[in-house]
Design a protein around this ligand. Structure first.
Ligand code: SF4
Length: 228
């Protein structure tokens, strides 16, 4: 894994831990991932690619109504039918293909058994998931963290933006560098990683969008540059 760059590590570690504490105090626990089962988390992690969560919720509701939060059903259903069902999530044909790519991979390698999949060593499983078509690093880490309970940090656009603006990462840091920065700062605890990611998403939605709304932001008193 590439070594994180940027400000000196102890100062950055302190800043990241402080941000976690401040956000937790300001927003409280986020109770992520909002789902009834590991299968629903995995399907949701694919559906949420490049779309708002409200659209995912509508697609998940339709899948539930059709009895499709089941890997056996998702394997057997025709791709067109699945695409139509998840239409509210956007790019539905691509996402139907990706869901079925994952499900086929799960059956080929683990006989469709999630418990067997999650019994695999975390770093090996991460590497294998990244090789499934349409399953990128953010989706992989969301699956591992929220469905599998592995301590792996999920990086999204909000994490990158907040990290940049608070001098935690370099402006050109990539996914793995940002992930390394947060994992170096926090003890490897899936509950903490899951909470932290959810808090950063909440912060991004409420304050740290493309245009920063620093007034009233819980982090406004910490060192930042909203122009970064
Ligand atoms: S809105 Fe401003 S203070 Fe809040 S996280 Fe973004 S840059 Fe920091």
């Amino acid at each position: 894994m590439p070594q994180p760059r940027g400000p000196r590590i102890p100062r950055r570690r302190h800043a990241i831990r402080r941000i976690y504490e401040v956000l937790l105090a300001a927003f409280g626990r986020q109770h992520w991932w909002p789902a009834d089962s590991a299968a629903e988390i995995i399907v949701g992690a694919i559906l949420t690619q490049n779309t708002a969560w409200t659209n995912v919720e509508r697609a998940i509701a339709r899948l539930k109504q059709a009895g499709l939060i089941s890997f056996a059903r998702l394997r057997d259903i025709h791709e067109e039918e699945l695409a139509d069902c998840i239409r509210p999530a956007g790019t539905f044909r691509v996402k139907a293909r990706r869901i079925q790519a994952f499900v086929n991979w799960l059956y080929t390698n683990y006989g469709g058994d999630l418990r067997a999949m999650f019994a695999t060593d975390g770093s090996v499983l991460r590497r294998h998931l990244l090789a499934v078509p349409g399953i990128g690093p953010e989706t992989t880490d969301a699956i591992l963290l929220y469905a599998g309970g592995f301590p792996t940090f999920v990086v999204d656009a909000y994490t990158q933006r907040i990290g940049r603006r608070h001098f935690l990462i370099d402006p050109d840091s990539d996914y793995d560098e940002t992930k390394g920065v947060f994992e170096t700062a926090m003890r490897p605890d899936a509950k903490v990683y899951g909470e932290f990611h959810a808090l950063l998403v909440a912060l991004g939605k409420r304050h740290c969008g493309k245009v920063a709304r620093c007034d009233g932001c819980p982090l406004q008193h910490l060192a930042h540059d909203a122009g970064r």
